[in-house]
Design a protein around this ligand. Structure first.
Ligand code: NAD
Length: 499
């Protein structure tokens, strides 16, 4: 999606932007039951965007009850898949019709460049809804290979009430990766956006109704993790909990499920992805551009950020220079509403403090700063950090082990294939990895050896709705996108009939 807006015209649009800030339950906006609100502050300039409903246990009870009623009524859950498909496709169309409004909400709320909100987030959200909707009337159940006097049916059913808890880095797109298959499969959903980026999800709820989704099928509860998030995690009437966020909270959700009703828990969690550049990479300039983008895109607030750059020793010096040059030329912070900006604001003061602390840790542990390293544009009132490049990193340093979730890249050198794979896999995470080589056999051997849910060869961050997305190890379980995503949102039933 493109737009002819300038920074000035986006600012004008902002002045007339209507911001919805209430919870959405059973088809209508309402304040939190307890009347609480929290301030939604823009990281772009520190302005208060809205006072947002701060939901808690009572809101969770109401929304789950509404979702359950809608599910049991069959108005959506028993609708023919071909009809559900039509609603989902309309829903995607409506998202696209509101692309500029949603993109503006996304940028103001969490700081990403408007260019990316328009070209990545909103189209990605619409694609997830449309792709899942289009798939749902093409999925067949199974007939088991039985003896002649038996009939065995293996059928998929919607699980019931799904609670979806999502993060702030791609607020609408992460929500729609869940909503696409969850709704298409016939479930009812209670969506909890991050308290750091609630606005687009709140708006989305009304758009779903406009597209024809029955009331109660999609409910949205803004609020904090330790209040309404926890209430959903512990709820006795939530059948499935799907989550994207940090590994720390993912573990907590498993505990909630065990302490309550053993709801199914599907987790997309953190990462510390290795980007491995061998000396025989087909095009070092392209690899350097990609390495820079892999850490600077979305301010490094990407679960698959290529935050560990593993470079073969013989080309390391040259390659680091190329990455530094690419960062300088293409990835410098700017005002998020300027259509040319590639690096926006970090999401909030807590996040910028975390990133600056990791930069200090890099210095303290003896890594060598090659580029960036500072907070900039403070006069704007916004939260901006230069993309930062550390060379001379070893894999035991904190900046190599811990997910920073900011634009801080660690360069680690290696001497052999075996050493590269060992370093790459020496992490608790397993979300993604990339390999650059012109040797096909080496690429395949690396892809097999890397313990990660996605492996890219001679590119970074490829894939579309057809490719499953998710993690090995502490990066989570289950997969978003592709037909595999339906595994999260359906129960398998065996029906055995005596003929
Ligand atoms: P987070 O774990 O802090 O929060 C995620 C969501 O969980 C938010 O909605 C939050 O309110 C909620 N939450 C927090 N505490 C909770 C609790 N006790 N009970 C229930 N809910 C609770 O993560 P974040 O800071 O919003 O997002 C960044 C993280 O997300 C990073 O670790 C990143 O790698 C990960 N992420 C993963 C993927 C993926 O697909 N694997 C994609 C995007 C982001």
């Amino acid at each position: 999606m493109s737009s002819s807006h300038t920074r000035e015209s986006w600012n004008q649009r902002r002045a007339s932007l209507e911001i919805h800030s209430q919870a959405f339950v059973d088809g209508r906006y309402q304040p939190a039951v307890g009347g609480e609100t929290f301030e939604c502050i823009s990281p772009v300039d520190g302005c208060v965007l809205a006072e947002v409903a701060s939901c808690d246990q009572a809101d969770a009870d109401q929304a789950v009850a509404a979702a359950r009623r809608a599910f049991d009524s069959g108005i959506w859950s028993r609708m023919a898949p071909a009809q559900r498909k039509q609603v989902m496709i309309r829903f995607a169309d409506v998202i696209e019709e509101h692309a500029e409004e949603l993109a503006l909400l996304e940028t103001l709320d969490m700081g990403k460049p408007i260019k990316d909100a328009l070209s990545v987030d909103i189209p990605g959200a619409a694609r997830a809804i449309r792709w899942s909707g289009e798939a749902i009337d093409k999925l067949y159940d199974e007939v088991a290979a039985t003896a002649h006097d038996q009939l065995g049916l293996v059928t998929r059913e919607p699980v019931g009430v799904v609670a979806a808890i999502v993060p702030w880095n791609f607020p609408l797109m992460m929500a729609c990766w869940k909503l696409g298959p969850a709704l298409s499969a016939g479930n009812s959903v209670v969506l909890k956006p991050s308290e750091k980026s609630p606005l687009s999800a709140i708006r989305l709820a009304q758009l779903a109704i406009d597209a024809g989704l029955p009331a109660g099928v999609l409910n949205v509860l803004p609020g904090y993790g330790h209040t309404v998030g926890k209430a959903l995690g512990l709820h006795q009437d939530v059948d499935t909990l799907v989550f994207t966020g940090s590994t720390r909270i993912a573990k907590q959700l498993m505990i909630y499920a065990g302490e309550s009703n053993m709801k199914r828990v599907w987790l997309e969690a953190g990462g510390k992805s290795p980007n491995i550049v061998f000396a025989d990479a087909p095009d070092l300039d392209a690899a350097a551009q990609a390495a820079a983008g892999a850490i600077a895109f979305n301010q490094g607030e990407v679960c698959t950020a290529g935050s560990r750059l593993l470079v073969e020793a013989s080309i390391k010096e040259l390659f680091v220079q190329k990455v530094a040059a690419a960062l300088k030329a293409s990835w410098q912070p700017g005002h998020p509403l300027d259509p040319h900006t590639t690096v926006g604001a970090l999401v909030d003061t807590g996040q910028i403090e975390t990133v600056l602390r990791y930069i200090e840790a890099g210095h303290a542990e003896g890594a060598e700063l090659v580029a960036g390293g500072h907070r900039v544009m403070q006069e704007s009132g916004g939260l901006f950090v230069e993309p930062t490049l550390f060379d001379g990193v070893t894999n035991d340093m904190r900046i190599a082990r811990e997910e920073i979730f900011g634009p801080v890249l660690s360069v680690i050198s290696f001497d052999s294939f075996e050493e590269a794979i060992a370093i790459a896999n020496d992490t608790v995470y397993g979300l993604a990895a990339a390999v650059w080589t012109r040797d096909l056999s080496k690429a395949h051997r690396a892809a097999r050896a890397l313990r990660a849910g996605s492996v890219w060869v001679n590119q970074y961050d490829g894939g579309d709705m057809t490719a499953p997305f998710g993690g090995f190890k502490q990066s989570g379980n289950g997969r978003d996108k592709s037909l595999h995503a339906f595994d999260k949102y359906t129960e398998i039933k065996s029906t055995w009939i005596q003929l």
